[in-house]
Design a protein around this ligand. Structure first.
Ligand SMILES: [Zn+2]
Length: 78
């Protein structure tokens, strides 16, 4: 008689080392006024894109607002 192998090893997902704390940037939409905390991964990607296009001027680039059609989210520099 065969026996079904049921001995699945539990997945190991608990020992992922903590990375550096995620930085978030406050953005505000100039069109609708909504404020968003944007993950630095996304901001970095936008900076990389702006550099690629030759549009990077040293400031954080504007981003697309989820509620508006256009790159109307602008970094709020406190
Ligand atoms: Zn908006």
């Amino acid at each position: 008689m065969g026996q079904a192998c049921n001995n699945r090893v539990p997945e190991e997902g608990d020992d992922v080392p903590f990375g550096p704390p995620v930085e978030e940037y406050l953005y505000r939409c100039s069109a609708c006024g909504a404020e968003w905390l944007v993950d630095d991964v996304i901001v970095d990607a936008a900076v990389g894109m702006a550099k690629f296009r030759g549009e990077y001027d040293g400031r954080l680039p504007s981003l697309g607002c989820p509620g508006c059609n256009g790159d109307t989210l602008e970094y709020v520099d406190d």
